[in-house]
Design a protein around this ligand. Structure first.
Ligand SMILES: Cc1ncc(COP(=O)(O)O)c(C=O)c1O
Length: 491
């Protein structure tokens, strides 16, 4: 047996005992209920959560793999797609599917563009997709899985993709380009209209990754300009060149986890994401998305969330969130030594050190020590927040702790080479990217080794390594070397 400590129990354990154990395990998780976490969890209210569990539970065993058996789920999925198409100004031909999350939506879009090119431009042997440097990492996963080269285009000084750089990267093998609305790292919307013009002129697909903003931006756009953070240009199907949009209902749609939408302007693009295996001895196999079995719970919950909140609920949420975002943005701007990275248009933002300001990664360590779960961005180094309605309750405390952390690090510049700060700095800057990749992979292997208890602090999904986790010796060696090199440069 791989791990002698854990085996299937001889006799079933009573439910109450198991639920107690689950609660005990959850107690060591980041404190998202206390609004001290700024990513991973999107939450409208406790009452809404309870309703989501009810709706999810109704379809707990249902399987959308066979829509003939579960016509209900096909109907719910179609309703979610139609409601979403309305939000994104889709037309009568707009089509789409529900998927398990933003990553699956992005994987499918990349697959569809590759297959579309195979069919319509068969001379393309090594398909390429051009993405902004700020595009989500899921595009690289897709590129890896489907043999599509992901070509990175740099950002301009406003952290939006440089359209001229995208234009220069279009070549004979290009099948599509990508923009985000907004991007995860900085919360800014790429110049979708200019990308659409480019895509239309060159006959390319244009995918807009609105996984984060899809269920928020339509309502932010309806607010008075004074209620918004800044301008919000068109980013949806109103832009002529946009051919597909991904949007996560399990983020600002406030649905249960496991629900994203992928919409196409028309079937001529979407049909390329389908799998049909006619010769399988198990029968003719048809699958519209990546998963085989498609759990019914998230589909029902997505439908229920959208109907329960309605236009007025999402509108009220957007107004509330933008007020919270303004509190955070103004509060960050008011702290000497900090600067926002770009001009965020919604409730996602990153900030770094102003020129001559204190080390932002050491500030991140100080915030972690104060009990906040903080995400880091790199190139340039920064800290990152995704806001939820509950952050209204913790905004003042967070900003006070941030001001204290900035002051503390300013008085203790040596903190830049202690804690996890040098590790994050090293990970971002070390020229040997291959070495970083190998070491993070080694860390993953260690976490999934057969005898792993699974209770070690895991790396944060959006960060290369968790700040509190013990580092594998090789990584620690690299970190130490980096710190020595930095100290040497400072002498
Ligand atoms: C812009 C963007 N795209 C895609 C994703 C991936 O979504 P998921 O984690 O649901 O797979 C995220 C996740 O935060 C995101 O912010």
């Amino acid at each position: 047996m791989a791990n002698p400590g854990v085996a299937l129990p001889e006799r079933g354990v009573p439910h109450a005992e198991l639920l107690r154990r689950l609660d005990a395990l959850a107690a060591s998780d980041a404190d998202w209920r206390g609004n001290r976490v700024f990513s991973l969890v999107y939450r409208q209210s406790e009452a809404h959560d309870a309703f989501m569990k009810e709706a999810h539970g109704r379809f707990f065993s249902a399987n959308a793999l066979n829509p003939m058996a579960f016509r209900s789920l096909r109907r719910l999925e179609a309703d979610v797609v139609r409601m979403t198409s309305g939000l994104f100004h889709g037309g009568p031909d707009t089509v789409g599917t529900l998927t398990s999350g933003g990553t699956e939506s992005i994987l499918l879009a990349v697959l569809a563009y590759r297959e579309h090119a195979r069919r319509h431009r068969p001379w393309i042997l090594r398909p390429e997709i051009i993405v902004p440097a700020s595009a989500h990492a899921a595009f690289y996963k897709a590129g890896h899985l489907f043999g599509v080269r992901i070509v990175k285009a740099p950002l301009g000084p406003d952290f939006r993709v440089d359209v001229a750089a995208v234009r220069r990267r279009i070549g004979t093998q290009t099948v599509a380009i990508v923009g985000s609305a907004p991007c995860y790292p900085y919360g800014v919307v790429d110049p979708i209209a200019a990308l659409g013009e480019l895509a239309g002129r060159r006959g390319l697909g244009l995918h807009v990754d609105a996984c984060l903003g899809g269920y928020l931006l339509p309502f932010v756009a309806r607010l008075e300009p004074s209620e918004r953070l800044g301008d919000l240009p068109d980013w949806d199907f109103r832009v002529p060149g946009v051919t597909s949009i991904s949007a996560d209902v399990h983020k600002y749609g406030y649905a249960a986890k496991g629900a994203s939408t992928l919409l196409y302007r028309d079937m001529s693009w979407m049909r390329h994401q389908f799998t049909v295996e006619a010769d399988w001895c198990g029968g003719v196999y048809v699958s519209p998305t990546l998963a085989g079995t498609r759990p019914g719970g998230p589909i029902a919950a997505a439908w229920a969330a959208m109907n329960a909140l309605g236009q007025d609920g999402y509108q009220a949420n957007a107004r509330n969130l933008m007020a919270i975002a303004r509190t955070f943005a103004d509060g960050i701007r008011a702290i000497p030594g900090l600067r926002l990275l770009g001009a965020p248009c919604a409730s996602v933002m990153a900030f770094g050190a102003a020129p001559g300001g204190p080390d932002i990664l050491a500030i991140g360590d100080r915030m972690e020590a104060a009990g906040w779960h903080i995400d880091r961005v790199q190139n340039p180094a920064g800290l990152h927040v995704i806001l939820n309605p509950g952050h209204a309750q913790t905004a003042a405390a967070w900003l006070a702790d941030l001001a204290e952390a900035v002051d503390h690090v300013r008085r203790h510049p040596e903190l830049a080479s202690q804690g996890s700060a040098p590790m994050y700095g090293m990970i971002a800057k070390v020229p040997l990217r291959g070495m970083v990749r190998r070491n993070v992979r080694a860390f993953l292997e260690q976490m999934y080794r057969p005898d792993a208890e699974g209770t070690d602090a895991p790396p944060h999904p959006e960060s290369p390594l968790d700040a509190g986790a013990a580092l594998p010796p090789l990584v620690q060696g690299v970190v130490d070397a980096w710190v020595r090199w930095r100290r040497h440069r400072e002498i």
